[in-house]
Ligand binder design. Structure first.
Ligand code: 5RP
Length: 229
């Protein structure tokens, strides 16, 4: 199977997992990226079984609306049962690197609200130690060079993602050459740098379930199975 087929398979697995739990009042959180897009396209068939979605990017909101799915502002929503999104890397404890699509801030906010975060990813995203994928950091434009110098002090090599402006009007630094053995510690440390909006480590709020697309089928890895193997 090629990578797109694996993404399609995990999107279908997420549909199979959430559809039995849908209720007329349910609001779903929807991520960003090609894997999330496969999920959105499959979700369209079930649009009459739930109320609305909250999107983590303008691109996903537009795709949802094209399918006739209502998109709500997060401020108008008090509860999200499931958040479904892809990842750039996932470690064995379900800590993630996200933000390859520059939507990390909204993704982190929607994930924070959701009761259950289901991460959908093909097997290329599974790593033992996070950091091979450059860590995206969203920054206030004025602070970009200052934040870059501070990130260098942490041992990384920040590279400005030229030409990219996030949905929040901010810039992205991609931090190369990190080996992230303490994802929670680094997430907190980067959050302390003045001018940082968000970093792409999802370690404090990690995934609850990882649906991983492999050649032999979709593997389900849960936080419970990680904590109590
Ligand atoms: C966007 C993200 C995506 O989830 C991540 O980049 C994975 O994308 P894809 O599903 O296209 O491989 O974090 O900001």
């Amino acid at each position: 199977m090629n990578q797109n087929q694996l993404k399609q398979a995990v999107a279908q697995a997420a549909i199979d997992r959430i559809v039995p739990h849908l209720e007329p009042s349910a609001v779903l959180g929807i991520g960003t990226g090609s894997t999330a897009n496969f999920f959105i396209d499959l979700l369209a068939e079930y649009k009459d079984k739930f109320a609305a979605a909250v999107a983590s990017s303008n691109a996903s909101a537009e795709r949802l609306r094209k399918h006739g799915i209502e998109v709500r502002d997060l401020n108008d929503v008090s509860e999200i049962g499931f958040y479904i999104d892809g990842a750039d890397e996932a470690d064995p404890n379900l800590a993630l690197i996200k933000g390859g699509g520059a939507a990390l801030t909204q993704e982190k906010i929607v994930a924070a609200v959701a009761r259950t975060f289901i991460c959908i990813a093909d097997q290329s995203k599974q790593v033992q130690v996070l950091g091979k994928f450059p860590l995206p950091v969203e920054v206030i434009p004025l602070a970009r060079n200052y934040v870059a110098r501070e990130l260098s002090k942490l041992g990384g090599r920040p590279v400005y993602r030229a030409g990219v402006v996030t949905d929040n009007g901010c810039h992205i630094l991609d931090v190369h050459d990190l080996q992230i053995h303490d994802p929670v510690g680094l997430e907190q440390r980067i959050n302390q740098i003045t001018g940082v909006v968000t970093n792409g480590l999802f370690a404090m709020r990690r995934a609850d379930v990882l649906l991983l697309g492999t050649e032999t089928g979709v593997q389900t890895i849960t936080r419970d199975s990680v904590l109590n193997p």
